[in-house]
Design a protein around this ligand. Structure first.
Ligand SMILES: [Zn+2]
Length: 164
């Protein structure tokens, strides 16, 4: 799905070495990296990010917590991120995919995610956790999501270090 060799644009040098698929045995979660950046026919560019919370094949986020984090971050990140497209769980429950249009600034993205996770800690409820807006409204935990949001914030200094 990714062809990192086609990413020829000027991107932050720190992102270049971890584009595309990574060897999950040698990463060091938590981290935030760029997976891909694709330009459309009219010059708009979609950026896809890997927002990794827990160490692959070692620890995963429990189902209710990963679900609530998905809701909370998807809603709260829109306060900070221009061009937001989507925020979705990885099936392995170790992290999330974040996509946005025309926003590829690494330091800016780190700050946006920091602010978003701080919003998660302030939240009094999980947004959209109802049967009208969610496919499994009973499967949520505010406290569980906040535990992992807090863990991410405590590791803020490590987000740019993708490999061990
Ligand atoms: Zn849901």
């Amino acid at each position: 799905m990714n062809d990192a060799s086609k990413v020829d644009l000027a991107i932050d040098e720190r992102l270049r070495g971890t584009l595309g698929e990574v060897d999950h045995r040698i990463v060091a979660a938590p981290y935030i990296r760029l997976i891909n950046s694709i330009e459309g026919a009219h010059g708009d560019r979609v950026w896809l990010w890997d927002v990794r919370f827990t160490q692959p094949n070692t620890e995963h986020i429990p189902p209710a917590a990963v679900h609530s984090l998905e809701h909370m971050i998807a809603v709260f990140v829109q306060r900070h991120l221009p061009g937001f497209i989507n925020f979705g769980c990885m099936g392995c429950q170790t992290g999330f995919y974040l996509s946005a249009m025309n926003y590829g600034d690494y330091d800016g993205m780190l700050d946006i995610l920091q602010k978003t996770l701080e919003d998660c800690l302030q939240a009094k409820e999980v947004p959209l956790a109802n049967v009208e807006q969610c496919g499994w409204a009973a499967n949520h935990t505010l406290e569980g999501a906040q535990k992992y949001a807090r863990m991410m914030l405590e590791n803020r200094a490590k987000w740019t270090k993708v490999y061990r």
